[in-house]
Structures are given as structure tokens and as C-alpha cells.
Ligand binder design. Structure first.
Ligand code: C5P
Ligand code: MG
Length: 355
């Protein structure tokens, strides 16, 4: 009996663990293998331990001592205990109360929370992608770095003309919508001066001795907006010439194409009367530009430039239309109809304001 209890390395186990292991082993061993009188004499004070605790402690005991150094009796108890603890559920016979060892947990990982997190994340990610696809990317501000030339300086001492003396109507719409065609009709019937910003830029681009030829050429080919300083000076000079010739009513076509142009022109030239906006789908405009491209000789009437111009219109010029619309200064006309039908609509909507 003594030899079974003695060899445990007490320094390696807590006092309580050691005591519990020793008791457990001694009880089982004596009850089963020693003659009845001895076992009865030696065991009465020892309370039987329940199996879950044994199964926790016996592996510890086995670790501390190599199996070869254990007596067959101890080994047999250890094996029996391990086998039986594996086959018994932990719901019965557990020890409770303060300081009692906790039954081993079910360490199996539950898969469903991970699956749930994965699917929630995937759905959120797909929603973000979908949202970004529809959103127009912000247009970079007008890039002036491609020009080494200094841009013309604009005054900042208020409008040069009064809106009572000089009438300006802005004409806006996507590329190929027919702004030029409708302006020609209005010139014929109402004696406007038609100033197309695009035409003025193209003229300046091919004028000999111009400083801005290369800059304008690059911007037009790329469908980008030429820096406002250049365009506003061209418009102001053209207006001055007409006013000197006694003409005071202007249709300014394809301008303002960007918010800075709108604000600056009204600040330094003259506030506009209203904006005539021709609305049209891209499919119709594409057909018209393709047709015009056969004879126009324009560097931007090709499929590649066309796509860039559509994008510039949506992202940069539509905010101008929306700005004036907010001021109740937009007359919107369906530009997808035939030339005559569009012109009839224009007259019906604004005839009294054109005189
Ligand atoms: O109006 P239009 O289609 O003739 O304009 C041709 C090009 O001229 C535009 O795509 C743009 O590059 C340039 N433009 C500009 N600013 C304006 C009008 C035209 O930069 N206000
Ligand atoms: Mg035009």
C-alpha cells in the first residue's frame, strides 16, 4: 500500500491534485485487489471520487511518470478510467460548488456564425460594388498644366455690360443635340447674334500667331473643357464687336460648360436672361454626330472623342443646367424630335422672351 502512494513526485503537482489522485488510486486499488480485511481497515475515511475528476487528473499523473515506471495496477486503473470517462456523458455525476473543477467543454467549433459572417460580408461587398458602378466618377478640375502659356487675366470689377442693355441667352445640350441648328433658326427669325463657344475656340486654334492653339487642340480632341479664361475672353471680344455694330441680343451656344465658366461670365461680362436646354438621349446624339462626322472635318466627331464628350457633358455641364434650374432660369426642350418639331417647341415656350 505504501509503495503505491509514495512514488508520486509531489514537487510537480499541487498538493490538492496529488492528494486527490492518490486517494482515488488507493481506493480503487485496494477495493479490487487487496484482501477484504485490509481494504476495509484502510479506506473508511476516503470518500469515493466521481469519474469526471479522475479522468481529468489521471492523464496528469501519467504525464508526470513514464508508463513503464508505473505498476500494472496503476496502469490498469488509468486505462479503465480513461475509457470509461470517454464513454460517459458529462451531464451526470459532475462535481459542483466553489473551487470544483469545471467539466471539459465541448471544443467543437460551431460553423454557422462564420458562414453567417461570410455571407453578410459578401452581400455588403456586392452592394458597394454595384453602387460604385452606377456612380459617375468625379471629374478632375480643368487641367492647365498641358499649357506652358500663361492664361489671360480676367477682370474682377463687375459685369462689363448691363443685362437691360445686353441680352444673353445660354444654349446648352449634349454634343450633337442640334444647338447650332436651332440657333440658326432663331437668328433668322429674331435677329440674334449667334456665338458658338466651340466655333470661337476652333477659330482661335487655327488663327496664325495664337498662343493657345496647341492647348485648345488638345482639349477639344480629349473632349475636355478649355480653361475658362480663354473662352471668356474670346466671347467678350466677339460681343464687343457686335455691340459696336449695334447688336445687343446674343445666343451663346455651348456655354457655360462648367460651373466656373457660368459664375465668372455672369460676374465679369453680363448676367444671362435664361438658359435654353435641349435634352436628348445619347443614342440619338451618337447617330447625329456620326452623320455630321462624314463631312464636318472636326477632330472630335469620332467614336472615341464622342464618348469622352458625353462623359464631360454629364459630369461637368449638367451641374450648370441644374444650377440655373434651381434659379428657375432653365427652359427645357425635347431635343430628340425632328428639327422642325424642336423649333416649334422653342417658339411655343419662349417666343415672348425672344423679342
Ligand atoms: O460646342 P461644341 O461641340 O462645338 O464644342 C466642341 C469642344 O469645344 C468641346 O468638346 C470642348 O472641348 C470645347 N469647348 C469648351 N468650352 C466650351 C465650349 C466648347 O471647352 N464652353
Ligand atoms: Mg455646335
Amino acid at each position: 500500500m505504501r509503495c503505491l502512494l509514495k512514488p508520486l513526485p509531489t514537487a510537480s503537482l499541487s498538493a490538492r491534485s496529488l492528494q486527490v489522485v492518490s486517494r482515488s488510486i488507493s481506493k480503487r486499488t485496494f477495493v479490487r485487489y487487496l484482501p477484504a480485511p485490509q481494504s476495509i481497515v484502510s479506506i473508511p475515511q476516503v470518500k469515493p471520487l466521481r469519474r469526471p475528476l479522475q479522468s481529468q487528473l489521471l492523464p496528469t499523473y501519467n504525464c508526470l511518470r513514464p508508463a513503464s515506471s508505473l505498476s500494472p495496477t496503476v496502469l490498469s486503473v488509468a486505462r479503465r478510467s480513461t475509457v470509461s470517462s470517454n464513454s460517459r456523458p458529462y451531464t451526470t455525476g459532475h462535481i459542483s460548488g466553489p473551487g470544483a473543477p469545471r467539466p471539459p467543454r465541448d471544443n467543437k467549433l460551431k460553423a454557422w456564425p462564420f458562414v453567417l459572417i461570410f455571407f453578410t460580408g459578401a452581400i455588403a461587398f456586392a452592394a458597394v460594388l454595384e453602387n460604385r458602378k452606377d456612380k459617375p466618377r468625379p471629374m478632375p478640375p480643368t487641367d492647365t498644366s498641358s499649357s506652358s502659356k500663361e492664361l489671360p487675366k480676367l477682370r474682377d470689377d463687375g459685369p462689363i455690360f448691363s443685362p437691360e442693355a445686353v441680352k444673353v441667352i445660354f444654349v446648352l445640350g449634349g454634343p450633337g443635340v442640334g444647338k447650332g441648328t436651332q440657333c440658326a433658326n432663331l437668328v433668322k427669325d429674331y435677329h440674334f447674334v449667334h456665338l458658338s463657344a466651340g466655333d470661337l475656340l476652333r477659330e482661335e486654334q487655327s488663327r496664325s500667331g495664337t498662343e493657345y492653339g496647341e492647348l485648345i487642340k488638345t482639349y477639344i480632341k480629349e473632349g475636355k473643357i478649355v480653361p475658362m479664361e480663354v473662352t471668356i475672353v474670346l466671347l467678350e471680344n466677339a460681343m464687343k464687336r457686335s455691340i459696336a455694330a449695334g447688336k445687343h441680343k446674343f445666343l451663346i451656344d455651348g456655354f457655360p460648360r462648367q460651373m466656373d465658366q457660368a459664375l465668372k461670365f455672369e460676374d465679369v461680362v453680363v448676367p444671362s436672361q435664361f438658359t435654353l436646354f435641349f435634352d436628348c438621349d445619347e443614342e440619338t446624339m451618337t447617330k447625329r454626330i456620326t452623320e455630321r462626322g462624314k463631312t464636318s472635318g472636326r477632330s472630335d466627331d469620332n467614336p472615341e472623342s464622342m464618348l469622352k464628350r458625353f462623359r464631360t457633358f454629364k459630369e461637368t455641364s449638367m451641374p450648370v443646367v441644374n444650377y440655373f434650374d434651381g434659379l428657375k432660369k432653365v427652359v427645357k426642350i425635347d431635343g430628340a424630335k425632328s428639327v422642325d418639331a424642336v423649333y416649334a417647341d422653342v417658339k411655343a415656350h419662349v417666343a415672348d422672351r425672344l423679342k
